[in-house]
Design a binder for this molecule. Structure first.
Ligand code: MG
Ligand code: ZN
Length: 217
């Protein structure tokens, strides 16, 4: 009984995700879903990415949080249009919440839309939102065992950004091991190592993104 309820929720989610996807592609929009545990640096990475690309591309953001508009205010400082979703307790975004948020964004005037999911390495992996790409952000302070413990997140993602590499000297974390373990779960992952604090690796990430955006034009 419980299994069939969960299945119905995921099927309903998938139907709306496909509607979202149609709208995104009608508007030739690249949509990326940012997922990570709390504190891995999703919002900081968004800020840096927007600042690097905003002169050349039109970027919007949907911010998902259980509560508060703190992250949306941070993103708003970059000048990008931003819509905050407060899930009011739910630990992931679903396609219906995203559909509602889209009422507050002019998709025809965007090239790139980021969706920052609720900080959680578990259930966001189960809910398609209609995005083109899923990105998992993992900070080195979380340890190199995460691809072993949360394999679904790494399996469904297209991108892995290993963040806070400036902290490597202070952490018991081997980034080669993160990559090796993540690739075992998903050989197709595109990998980046970045530090939002020092700026290391950000050029190769934003350069890759520029290439993706030019492909669509
Ligand atoms: Mg955030
Ligand atoms: Zn959840």
């Amino acid at each position: 009984m419980k299994i069939s309820v969960v299945k119905n929720i995921l099927e309903a989610n998938q139907r709306i995700a496909e509607e979202n996807r149609r709208r995104f592609s009608q508007n030739r929009l690249l949509v990326i879903n940012f997922m990570s545990s709390p504190g891995a640096g999703k919002t900081s990475l968004l800020e840096k990415t927007i600042l690097a690309l905003k002169d050349d591309f039109r970027i919007g953001v949907i911010e998902g949080d259980i509560q508060s508009t703190y992250d949306a205010e941070r993103i708003g400082q970059t000048g990008a249009p931003v819509v905050q979703i407060n899930t009011g307790g739910a630990c992931h975004l679903d396609s219906n919440m995203v559909e509602e948020a889209l009422q507050n964004l002019d998709l025809a005037r965007l090239d790139l839309l980021f969706i920052e999911n609720v900080g959680n390495l578990v259930c966001p992996a189960d809910f398609n939102l209609g995005e083109d790409l899923k990105a998992v952000i993992l900070s080195v302070s979380e340890g190199d065992d995460k691809p072993l413990k949360y394999p679904l997140m790494f399996h469904v993602s297209n991108l892995l950004l290993i963040n806070k590499i400036d902290l490597l000297p202070y952490c018991e974390c081997n980034p080669d091991l993160i990559e090796e373990r993540a690739r075992k779960v998903n050989p197709n992952l595109t990998l980046f190592r970045v530090s939002c604090r020092t700026g290391d690796g950000l050029d190769s990430w934003t350069g890759w993104l520029r290439g993706k955006l030019r492909e669509r034009k």
